[in-house]
Structure formats: C-alpha cells, structure tokens
Design a protein around this ligand. Structure first.
Ligand code: PLP
Length: 368
C-alpha cells in the first residue's frame, strides 16, 4: 500500500464544484489583483480570527518580513526566535537587516522555551517571534509577559497553526501581529503561494498595505515598498476553504488520536499536547534515536514519511548569510530534535485503511 504525505488533489475533488465556481467567478470578473475577492477574504479572515485587520500578501515569508518592516525593525536590531523552524522565519528577520537570535526549545512541545528568552535579551532586542510549531501554539502567556516587561514586540509565526488555540488564549490575543502562510501544504492552503498578516493594531495597517503594493496607498503616489499581494484567484479559493478549516482541524486531531493510540507502548516518542491547548497537527511528528533507519524503512514500505526539520537553522550552510550570525550558538535540545524527528502522513483526507497501515508499519518496525 502507498500512503502519500499530502491530500491536495483529494481535497480539490471534495470541493470541486464550489472551487471551480469561485475560480470562474474571478476569471469572469476581470479583477485579479487587489480586487473584491481579496477584500472579501480579508474581511472573512479577520472575522475568523476575531481580530480587526487582515492583509493578504503573497507568502508567509513576506507576511513576517513586512510586519517587521512596519514595526521599524532593521539593521542593528535583534529578533529572538527558535532555530527548529522552517528557514523562512529567520530569513524574514535577516531580510530586514536585523540579527536573528536563537533560543532553545522546550523538549516536549519543541516550541520556544520562555525560560530561556530573558538571557538572550540585549539592549538591541526589538521583538520575539514565537513559532507555533507543528500546529501547537507556543506558551504565549509567558512570552507576552517577558515582552511586556522589556518593551518588545511579539509577532506570532502561525504558518502551521491556523485554528489552534492555547489554554484560555487565542492566537493573536497576546501579540502585535500574527503571520500565516497559505502555501498549498499548510492547513489552509491556496493552489500555490499566499500569506496574511492579522493584527488588532490599526496603526501598522497602512504601512503594511503600502509595503505590499510598491509603497502606494493611492494610485501614482509611492514610498519605498515591494510587490507582495495575495491574488484574487487565491483569495476566492481560500474563502471556500476557510469555511472548512475547523472541520479539517477536528479530523486532523481525530487522526492524531488514532496514531497516538496505535503507537503507544512503542519506543517512539509521540507528540506532546499541552492540557487545554488545541493542537491542529499541521504535522504529526514523532521522535526516535533510530530516525535515520526508520525513515527508509517506512518509505520502502510505501509510507511517505518526511522530516521537519532535520537541519536546524543555525546548522544550515546559509546560516552565516546574516552577517550578524552568532556562530558559537549552542542549542542542544534543538539539535537533538533535528536528529530524531520524523513526520508521519497527516492530512484530513487520509482514509482509515491508510491510517491503519501507517500504524501497522511503524509497529512492524518495532517488532522486527
Ligand atoms: C511555511 C512556513 C513559513 C513560510 O511561509 P511561505 O508561505 O512558504 O513563505 C514561515 N514559517 C513557518 C513556521 C512555516 O511553516
């Protein structure tokens, strides 16, 4: 049996009529860039987050970058984040000219360890960027409390965690802005690239709207900006999919529960879900010291397991790209996690026989 890692085409087929109609509508409208479909989706997205503003841009990377610029972060500044994330989190910091300062993770959730943040704060620190890794929010109460005491911005990298919440806090409630990604493989995905910034801070919205459109809020009038817009075609597709996000997350959680049950009493370290948190399992990540052996075994048996992320950012060849990089950085828990993580297939359209096969294949590895 073959079990794939993504369910993109299955998802398209399940929503084909509605998606095709939405796409057709945009095509017939003649308005493809900064048009009504984008305006409508931005309204829907803000309402979904129960926040005041949403601004569509062309990727999650740009969402981070443009927020940093709107907050005035640039050369000489430092931004605290983690190194066990997709490369883009740091890339967006580096693109402003600021330095990314990495702190280590909590070994169970793999999210930023708030207890280690304060030691990394210097007079140049401007912001903290918690990443809600794999679909579980970081400990935002602790992060926000530290940020408040030191006068720092907080920007949430929510690319993997739309529809998640903490124990009594929502995403966006305890920060300056939330950045998310709509690249196809994310939990809410366009058929291509996309991203958004969601924020209650009205004061940074005009800057972000200008930055995504060549520094222009009015035709022919420009300040320095860039070209980073969410296409109307993608916005219309996302409007159709946004209505399903809660049901899809519920299904991801159901599959996670089946994996948890099937894989308990094995040597595999299963994902940690904090009490009261809603983990939306963008990825179902297990850990084993035998990672480099089990991966080819699973792949050989037809299970398309993948690695997120086997090389932490400070271990990347591209790391010194940020000239302010600290090459002596020591992140033992991040490095341990990078060496042992493995992601099992996880998408809402997985069928029962596939879920069972993944579990059986992992168990066969244990019993070999
Ligand atoms: C996907 C992702 C990004 C970047 O989003 P793109 O839309 O691919 O630019 C940033 N941070 C994290 C944690 C991600 O998973």
């Amino acid at each position: 049996m073959k079990v794939g890692f993504y369910g993109h085409v299955r998802q398209y087929h399940a929503l084909k009529e509605e998606l095709d109609a939405a796409i057709q509508e945009v095509l017939e409208s003649g308005e493809y860039v900064l048009g009504p479909a984008l305006a409508r989706f931005e309204k829907e997205l803000a309402a979904y987050f129960q926040m005041k503003n949403a601004i569509g841009v062309n990727s999650g990377t740009d969402a981070l970058w443009l927020v940093f610029l709107a907050l005035g972060i640039g050369p000489g500044d430092e931004v605290i984040t983690t190194a066990n994330t997709f490369f883009a989190t740091a890339e967006a910091i580096w693109f402003t000219g600021a330095k990314a300062v990495f702190v280590d993770i909590e070994p169970d959730t793999c999210n930023i360890d708030p207890a280690q943040i304060e030691a990394a704060i210097t007079p140049n620190t401007k912001a903290i960027v918690p990443v809600h890794l794999y679909g579980q929010t970081a400990d935002m109460r602790a992060v926000a409390e530290i940020a408040r005491r030191h006068g720092l911005f907080v920007v949430e990298d929510c690319a993997q965690a739309i529809d998640a919440h903490g124990d009594g806090f929502a995403v966006g409630e305890l920060s300056d802005a939330v950045c998310t990604s709509f690249i196809i493989q994310k939990n809410l995905g366009a058929f291509g690239d996309g991203g958004a910034i969601i924020t209650n801070r009205d004061d940074i919205v005009p800057a972000i709207r200008a930055l995504r459109n060549h520094g222009s809020l009015k035709r022919s009038y420009h300040s320095m900006g860039y070209n980073s817009r969410l296409d109307d075609l993608h916005a219309a597709i996302l409007s159709v999919k946004l209505k399903r996000i809660t049901a899809w997350s519920d299904r991801r959680r159901e599959i996670a529960a089946m994996y948890n049950d099937g894989l308990k009493r094995t040597s595999l370290k299963l994902p940690c879900e904090r009490p009261g948190y809603r983990h939306v399992y963008h990825l179902y990540v297990i850990e084993t010291l035998e990672r480099d052996a089990i991966l080819p075994y699973l792949n050989g048996a037809g299970v398309d397991a993948k690695l997120h992320y086997p090389i932490a950012i400070h271990q990347q060849a591209g790391y010194p790209w940020g000239k302010a990089a600290d090459l002596n950085v020591q992140l033992p828990l991040t490095e341990k996690s990078a060496a042992s993580v493995i992601s099992l297939p996880m998408f809402p359209e997985l069928e029962q026989a596939e879920i069972d096969y993944v579990i059986d294949t992992c168990r066969a590895w244990e019993d070999r």
